[in-house]
Each structure stands twice: as structure tokens, then as C-alpha cells.
Design a binder for this molecule. Structure first.
Ligand code: ADP
Ligand code: MG
Length: 366
């Protein structure tokens, strides 16, 4: 029966041999199962995970066995929660030990997401107020610079300076607009949204900001991709931001491939079961993200561009989160992929009676 558990299990005998190791254990520990593992010394079988082997090796020495302890596997970065216990035979002799463990990565992500939402909600109100105040003087500066330009129509040098001022004001304004977009509390306007419509509209929106003909798009939406419960305005913005980043990464021509497919969910009723999801991959053949930067690209204000705000992907992540979706990025030169997973129906929807407007940490709608 051990083999049917959703937890990873490793059991060892008193003399240090593997008695049981289930598939989930191999999976979570990132090890490949080999014939004959059962019966071999656990230190050999677990040589790829020395920290786990170390915990097991203490099983018979220590009085206080870890219960619901947590640790992070060095090799894969996976966080696991584990419990160690000894096995006794009828006469009370210690005959072995078992370690039960569970991959906590998803739990961790949920907690972190929750924390981020709280932080953004508080920060957001303040930033929105500031941004709003800054917008007005910026607008005045732009108007007054325009007036001055007309008054100085015979002074070429002064006109150039004024043009510079106006350009900077526009830039500052663009930043303020993005900040506002990032921090505003979200009111998702949920409706059934066609994924291919969103993709088509996003391509049109981004093409209107690029010189014609240098970016090629290759779109593949599989037949069975259903519409998703989402906010079409937000989803368009999500994809437009990704497409603009790809375009900005190209040092000239480039190809953007967009592929959407349906991933069927787990069997309903199982604990933690996931419903069907739509997976959209946006891939470009640009130079890619430096490995050191890959962890940071979703952070607000992280940018490698002289004129960048670093908010594009922060907004993308916010929109994905508000939809209870996930996003990850992988990158190598010539192949950068953003993979977005959106639930076909949001958790709240299947619960039934929740209102269709849900407030989340932040939003882009003004
Ligand atoms: N498709 C891509 N190819 C290469 N680098 C990318 C791509 N998308 C994002 N990046 C990197 O992520 C950074 C953050 O992106 P973003 O949040 O949109 O801010 P910005 O575009 O203002 O710099 C970019 O400055 C760039 O370094
Ligand atoms: Mg960007």
C-alpha cells in the first residue's frame, strides 16, 4: 500500500539497506530508479542526495526524530517537508526506519504569492497616490514647454532644448503610467475569453508599435483549446508585454512563435487535483536572458534596457497571478520561452456563488 501514497517514502533496514522506495520518492529526490535498488545500502542509492542519506543515517542514533521538518535539496532546489520514524518489531526491537516526505514547492509558491499580494496592496495605494500627483505637474510641464516653443520660434538652439525637455517629460509620463498600471488594485472583469482572439489582438497591438516587416509571427492554437475564464483586457496586456519584450530583444529581424494547447487536469476529487489548463508558450529566437538575470526578470524595476522601466514582466506576473495561473521562463541564446498556464475555470468560479468581480492586489485599469 505504501506505493499508492502521494508522499515519498524511503524505508531502510537496521543494517542500512533500502527496504522500500516508492516512485514519488524517486521523483521528488530527482533520482532515477534502478533495478536492484531494494536491498542495496541506502547510502549508495541516495548518493545523489547526500542530505537525505545523512538524515536517514541518524535515524537510529538520535532520540528526537524530526517530525514535519523542512529542508531544501541542494541538487534540485526542491523544498521538502519530512518526518522520520523508527520501525519496531513485536518484541520492541528496532528493525528499520522510514522517512516520509512531500514536495513543498507548490505550497511555498502559494504562500509567497499571498505575501506578495499583501505587500502590493499596501504599497500600491501609496504608489498610486504619488503617481497620480506626479501626472498633473508633468502634464503642465509638457503644455508650458509647448507654449514656450511657440514663443521662441526663431531660436533654433532653444527649440532643441525644449524638444529634449518634452521628450524627457513624455518618458517620465510613460514611467508613471506603467507604475500606476502595476500598483492599481485589480478588478478582474471575468468573462469567457477566446485564447486565439487574445493572441490575435495582442499581436495587432504590438505590431502597431513596431516597424513593419521585421518580426515574423508563427501562431499555433490547437483545435481543442477552450476559452478561459479571464479578463480579456488584462490578458491582452500580458501577451502584448511579452511580444514587445521579444521585439526589443531582437537586434533586427526575429521570429516569435506562439503555441497554445490544452492540458487535461487530474482526476477530480483527488487531494490537490488540478482542473484543465490552457498552456500558452511564447518563444522568440532573440539573444536570450543572461542566466544570472533569469531569476530577476519578473521583479519590479529590473531592466537591462537604458529606457526600460522593468515593469513589463512584473505586470505580466501580476495578471497571471490574478488569474490563478502560473508563468515561467527559460532562456538560451536563440531560444527564449515564456510559458503561461491558465486554468480553464478559476477556483472561485467552480465554487459557484462568488461575484464575478474579484479584487486582487493590484491592477491596470484606470
Ligand atoms: N524575450 C526576451 N528576450 C531577452 N530578454 C528579455 C526578454 N523578455 C524580458 N527580457 C529581460 O527582462 C528584463 C525585464 O523586462 P520587463 O519587465 O518587460 O522590463 P523592460 O522591458 O522595461 O526592461 C528586460 O530588461 C530584459 O533584460
Ligand atoms: Mg518590457
Amino acid at each position: 500500500m505504501v506505493f499508492n501514497l502521494r508522499n515519498g517514502v524511503v524505508a531502510i533496514t537496521r543494517d542500512g539497506r533500502v527496504a522500500v522506495m516508492n516512485d514519488i520518492a524517486y521523483q521528488v529526490l530527482g533520482l532515477a530508479s534502478r533495478a536492484g535498488d531494494v536491498g542495496r545500502p541506502f547510502t549508495e542509492v541516495l548518493s545523489g542526495c547526500p542530505e537525505v542519506a545523512h538524515i536517514l543515517s541518524n535515524a537510529f542514533d538520535t532520540d528526537d526524530l524530526p517530525n514535519r521538518a523542512e529542508m531544501r535539496l541542494r541538487k534540485t532546489g526542491t523544498a521538502i517537508g519530512y518526518t522520520l520514524s523508527r520501525i519496531h518489531d513485536d518484541s520492541g526491537q528496532q528493525v528499520g526506519a522510514t522517512m516520509f516526505f512531500k514536495d513543498l514547492t507548490r505550497v511555498e509558491q502559494l504562500v509567497e504569492r499571498e505575501r506578495l499580494r499583501d505587500r502590493l496592496a499596501a504599497l500600491g495605494e501609496m504608489a498610486a497616490a504619488i503617481a497620480h500627483e506626479v501626472k498633473n505637474p508633468l502634464a503642465s510641464i509638457e503644455v508650458m514647454a509647448g507654449v514656450l516653443k511657440r514663443q521662441l520660434s526663431d531660436r533654433i538652439d532653444a527649440l532643441e532644448t525644449l524638444d529634449d525637455i518634452i521628450k524627457e517629460v513624455k518618458m517620465a509620463n510613460a514611467i508613471v503610467v506603467e507604475v500606476l498600471e502595476f500598483v492599481r488594485p485589480i478588478q478582474l472583469q471575468l468573462e469567457r475569453v477566446s485564447v486565439s482572439d487574445v493572441i490575435r489582438d495582442s499581436i495587432a497591438a504590438s505590431e502597431s508599435k513596431m516597424p513593419p516587416g521585421i518580426v515574423r509571427f508563427d501562431v499555433r492554437v490547437e483545435q481543442d483549446v477552450p476559452s478561459v475564464m479571464g479578463d480579456s483586457h488584462q490578458l491582452r496586456q500580458l501577451f502584448t508585454n511579452l511580444l514587445m519584450n521579444a521585439y526589443e530583444a531582437f537586434a533586427g529581424e526575429g521570429l516569435i512563435e506562439i503555441a497554445a494547447r490544452l492540458e487535461t487536469g487530474d482526476a477530480p476529487g483527488a487531494p490537490g487535483a488540478r482542473g484543465p489548463q490552457v498552456v500558452v508558450e511564447v518563444r522568440d529566437n532573440g539573444p536570450g536572458v543572461a542566466p544570472d538575470n533569469l531569476d530577476r526578470i519578473f521583479s519590479p524595476f529590473f531592466t537591462t534596457k537604458p529606457q526600460g522601466t522593468g515593469l513589463g514582466l512584473a505586470i505580466v506576473r501580476k495578471v497571471v497571478d490574478a488569474h490563478d495561473g502560473r508563468i515561467d521562463a527559460t532562456s538560451a541564446p536563440g531560444r527564449t520561452t515564456f510559458r503561461i498556464t491558465l486554468p480553464v475555470a478559476r477556483i472561485e468560479d467552480s465554487a459557484g456563488d462568488k461575484p464575478q468581480e474579484l479584487i486582487h492586489g493590484t491592477d491596470s485599469r484606470r
